[in-house]
Design a protein around this ligand. Structure first.
Ligand code: MN
Length: 491
């Protein structure tokens, strides 16, 4: 399902105490709020007003329906009036969808002349939402609380941003990852408990023979390759005479895509150690598939592949870019300290500053023919890097804030795409924090997805979240990691 196909259900809490007239007004206003929020253009998905709930049965029924409705990606609650929260316990205990408590109120201002006890009876979100918030705290529910006036753009944007994270959760629950070959020999951080991950995140991670993929690649026709070549010529600068190498990547792109689609997979991995029957390591092919929204991880890294797909789902329709990334090398000149990220070949062109160039160069490892790849620089801008690691018995999601810059030198002999950034709080402290947390060399880099969205997503998936920001110090982080270790053992 695409982002626009999902909906979020608006459930308003109340009770019978106020009489039918008040309840009619609430119903009318809740409908108006949903309509205006939908018309605001700030929400990526539709909000559907479902009910002003007055009884435990109404709440339980709407939760059951939400759980079993695939297009419902979450519920949003609000209490226009007071809604005694014991009414919510049975429903909330069943809830399996992401939950946002929208602490707003219908009117913006306290009306000086008009305010009397009738007004107070109808407009009591300030205490209704507190009773409502208590029960979610008491039940230890994963939730988002967004407070603010519902017609304010920044409030609508926060709601929209949370919706995207919730769509990421729905996407995650249905994600299938296709593995070609195993993980690179002896590498630790790309390993993980696939059964545990499927239970927590929903990912179905399975392997298929490279030989089957080779059959798919070999079945691609010359006509299909030629039409793909025209597309390449249109979108990229052809900076090579070795068109046969480029044509082979077109075959790989079409073959991989067809096999992924046949199996319903939205992410894949491969490894240069297992390319039996293939002429080139897929470079351009993989870059193109990521640009289309498929997740990818090199060296068998299925966790980063799935995370790339999840972040691409969260940021669907946005234009900043999201890419599989790897920290390669540092520039350690005082006052001008940067990380240089790249990969052997496979960086997604969605992050490119300018039209990428197709080039063909030898690859030092893997023992295959020279692969075609897209070469470009990443664009400047604030971004995050994300790593999911398996700590043994639980997953830890690590997010670091970064500022991407135009690479400070041209590096004319570097034959791959590159992104340069300043990590927060600064390069060396940032590296110390990242290493202390166990963050991988592979990451997902995104200009679109925010750290707050990843925090929301981690809460929805019930996994540990670590955020390295401009304010993080090594000693506070160490303490946080130590406490989290204890907390997650008890959980
Ligand atoms: Mn790698």
């Amino acid at each position: 399902m695409a982002m626009k196909d999902y909906e979020f259900w608006f459930v308003v809490g109340s009770q019978f105490l106020y009489g039918p007239e008040v309840l009619d007004i609430i119903d009318e206003r809740a409908r108006e709020m949903a309509d205006k929020l939908n018309a605001s253009g700030k929400l990526p998905c539709k909000i559907v007003y479902k009910v002003t709930a007055k009884t435990p049965e109404e709440i339980t029924n709407v939760v059951k329906e939400a759980n079993y409705t695939d297009k419902c990606a979450g519920i949003i609650t609000w209490c226009h009036t007071f809604s005694p929260s014991k009414m919510w316990i049975n429903g909330f205990a069943l809830l399996q969808k992401p939950y946002c408590h929208f602490a707003t109120q219908y009117n913006r201002e306290i009306p000086n002349e008009e305010i009397d006890m009738d007004f107070m009876n109808l407009n009591q979100a300030a205490h209704g939402d507190r009773e409502h918030g208590f029960i979610a705290a008491r039940l230890r529910m994963p939730r988002k609380v967004i407070a603010g006036y519902w017609q304010d753009e920044d409030v609508q944007e926060r709601l929209g941003s949370w919706m995207r994270a919730a769509v990421g959760a729905a996407f995650s629950k249905n994600l299938k990852v296709m593995r070609f070959g195993d993980n690179m020999r002896n590498v630790a951080v790309t390993e993980g408990d696939k059964v545990g991950v499927q239970e927590k995140l929903g990912w179905q991670v399975n392997t298929w023979p490279v030989g089957t993929l080779v059959e798919y690649i070999n079945e691609v026709s010359d006509e299909e390759v030629s039409s793909m070549m025209s597309e390449y010529n249109e979108k990229y600068e052809m900076n090579t005479d070795n068109l046969d190498a480029v044509r082979y990547q077109a075959k790989e792109e079409l073959g991989i895509k067809r096999m992924l689609d046949d199996e319903g997979c939205k992410a894949f991995t491969n490894t240069f150690e297992d390319l039996y029957g293939m002429e080139q390591l897929p470079g351009l092919a993989t870059q193109r598939l990521m640009e289309k929204g498929y997740g990818y991880g090199g060296e068998g890294d299925w966790k980063v592949s799935a995370m790339t797909a999840v972040l691409k789902a969260i940021s669907e329709g946005q234009t900043g870019g999201t890419a599989f990334m790897e920290d390669y090398t540092y520039h350690l000149v005082k006052g001008s300290e940067y990380s240089l990220g790249a990969h052997m070949l496979e960086v997604c062109p969605s992050v490119a500053a300018e039209k990428p160039k197709i080039e063909v160069h030898p690859l030092g490892i893997g023992g295959k023919s020279d692969p075609a790849r897209l070469v470009f620089e990443g664009h400047p801008g604030d971004a995050i890097v994300v790593s999911l690691v398996d700590m043994g018995g639980r997953l830890r999601l690590i997010v670091q804030d970064i500022e991407c810059v135009k690479p400070i030198m041209p590096m004319p002999n570097l034959p791959v795409a590159r992104v340069m950034w300043k990590a927060m709080p600064n390069l060396t402290t940032g590296v110390e924090c990242w290493i202390m947390a166990g963050g991988a060399h592979h990451t997902v880099l995104s200009y679109d997805v925010t750290a707050e969205q990843m925090e929301d997503w981690a809460a929805m998936m019930d996994i540990e979240y670590v955020h390295i920001t401009k304010d993080t110090t090594v000693s506070t982080l160490k303490n946080d990691l130590f406490l989290a270790d204890l907390a997650w053992k008890l959980k």
